[in-house]
Design a protein. Structure first.
Length: 549
């Protein structure tokens, strides 16, 4: 059923209700008229018959309103209204003939006619057809009689009657349009409310509107209507006084915030524990808030699984890097150990000699100390590559302290691949502020990527690290002589799990993790697309740009 059909049915319902409401007043007018006109029934028994017709039409209309079908209601009702109008008009004509123009009975009859004509404009305004039928039928006989009398007085009365009929019909028309528009707007609002209810009922979570007084004015049928029956028209916290959601709703109502999104852990709303609560302040249908509470157990589980997967992938990436560098590390450690062993043996020989060569002994001891420091640097590089530095504090660190471990770890690989690595401005005394282990891991990753990039080239192989301090920023550029990065993947290289290497060679997490580390230092990691050679730039703020704590 469309909106226009619904409006038509509602207008019929209004007509029925008004008929019921006006039935008693109409009966009183009929009985009073029977008493007032009692003196004319002997000479004009048809007057009593007219009153009987009026009474019968009123009773039948009353019965029909209760029993008649909606399809046949208007036509039957219109016919009975016409009979009622003709009855009153005929009675007026008989009264005028019997009593004259200005007697009490005639004036009473005129008052009744005018009253019924005026009342019909409102009583029958639900149907213009019924209103027009009644106005014509009730004035037809009086009008004809007044003009047929051919006197100046009756002409004036007839003309006034016609003007009254026209005015009352206009009044009925205006009332009808106002009533029709009112019903149309009411039904439209109801349809919209029902559509909104159907829409929110389809949402797989709790949706509720709360007015400014804290009452749930609309709730969806989540969980088979359980929450609707518990919350609708109840105050916030009345059904679930100690629940987390009730406290959240109350706090948001009092906060004045336009909107808020949060995750809550609650077992009061059902079997799911984790929920996303989306709160928004509204002004329609009345001031208040709308709350959407969605179960997100699966999302939370997926986030936890992804976090575990990332941690495993990061660990695998570190193991892969360690495995790749293990041969070089073993060589780098074995050489110093051989030197230490030889120096220690020489010390034993010197100690047995007489006289003892103190200079040779001191030289061997210095050799052991120097070689031990070299091993310590290698171990530090391994620590930077393997340690979880999340809990390490930020501190003032030097540029060389994050570059040196990379050089030590990669030294053997650089030699075997015939790659020249040069560090510029490494003696600068400008300090950085950050997590030494994390920044060392970033540098290790960039240098390792650069080595892989230049290993496949036949031309000169080189890597350069430039340290460029300025007043506000510190730039560290890692440049290599590789073939470059294809333009179609430039925007993807820092995405998690994106890699151009074989599956067993990399996880695609190195650059994405490095980018997050640098951003956590209030800096940026970028690829300089306009540089002649492949250049990755680390930009870190100087101490003056760090937020004050």
């Amino acid at each position: 059923m469309n909106l226009n059909q619904s409006v038509s049915l509602r207008l019929n319902e209004v007509l029925r209700k008004r008929t019921n409401a006006l039935f008693i007043p109409h009966l009183l007018i009929v009985f009073v008229s029977v008493y007032i006109f009692r003196g004319m029934y002997d000479l004009h028994p048809e007057a009593l018959m007219a009153l009987g017709v009026i009474l019968a039409s009123l009773l039948i209309r009353k019965i029909m309103v209760q029993a008649c079908s909606k399809e046949r209601f208007t036509n039957c009702y219109t016919f009975l209204v016409m009979i009622t109008g003709l009855g009153w008009g005929s009675l007026f004509w008989l009264v005028h003939q019997f009593y004259g123009v200005f007697n009490f009975e005639t004036l009473y009859a005129s008052g009744v006619i005018l009253t019924l004509i005026g009342a019909s404009a409102t009583a029958f305004s639900a149907s213009l057809k019924v209103a027009m039928t009644y106005l014509v039928s009730v004035s037809l006989v009086p009008g004809y009689m007044l003009f047929a009398a051919t006197t100046e007085t009756t002409y004036v009365l007839g003309f006034l009657l016609i003007l009254n009929i026209i005015y009352q019909f206009y009044h009925a028309y205006v009332s009808h349009q106002y009533l029709k528009d009112s019903i149309h707007n009411e039904l439209k609002a109801l349809y919209q409310k029902n559509s909104l209810q159907e829409f929110i009922d389809s949402i797989p979570g709790i949706v509720t509107m709360v007015n400014t007084s804290g009452t749930h004015i609309m709730v969806n049928n989540y969980s088979n209507g359980f929450f609707k029956s518990k919350l609708l028209n109840k105050k916030v916290g009345e059904a679930f006084p100690d629940s987390t959601t009730s406290r959240v709703l109350k706090c948001f109502l009092e906060s004045g915030k336009p909107e808020e999104i949060m995750e809550i852990d609650s077992d009061e709303l059902g079997p799911d524990n984790w929920y996303m609560v989306n709160l928004k302040r509204i002004s329609v249908p009345e001031c208040g808030i709308i709350a959407v509470i969605l179960p997100i157990n699966e999302l939370v589980k997926a986030k936890n699984d992804l976090r575990i997967h990332k941690a495993r992938a990061m660990y695998a990436s570190k193991l892969a890097s360690l495995g790749e560098l293990s041969a070089g590390i073993a060589h780098e450690v074995n050489n110093p150990l051989t030197i230490i062993e030889g120096a220690a043996s020489l010390i034993k020989v010197i100690l047995t000699e007489r006289p003892m060569d103190e200079k040779a002994l001191e030289k061997s001891a210095d050799k052991i100390i120097e070689t031990s420091h070299r091993i310590a640097k290698i171990i530090k590089g391994l620590r930077m590559l393997s340690k979880d530095a999340e809990e390490e504090p930020f501190d003032n660190i030097s540029f060389f302290s994050i570059v040196e471990p990379s050089l030590e770890i990669c030294k053997n690989k650089l030699l075997t691949q015939n790659i020249k690595l040069t560090v510029f401005n490494q003696e600068s005394d400008v300090d950085l502020f950050g997590n030494e282990i994390q920044l060392g891991q970033v540098m290790m990753n960039l240098v390792s990527n650069a080595i892989d990039a230049v290993s496949g080239t036949d031309s000169s192989r080189w890597i350069e690290i430039h340290y460029k301090p300025s007043f506000d920023w510190v730039d560290i550029d890692v440049i290599d002589s590789g073939t470059g990065i294809p333009s179609e993947i430039v925007t993807k290289i820092m995405d998690p799990f994106f890699t151009t290497k074989e599956t067993h060679q990399g996880t695609g997490l190195g650059l994405s993790i490095s980018k997050k580390i640098i951003e956590s230092h209030n800096g940026s990691l970028m690829l300089l697309t306009d540089a002649k050679n492949t250049t990755f730039r680390i930009r870190l703020p100087r101490m003056t740009l760090w937020p004050k704590v």
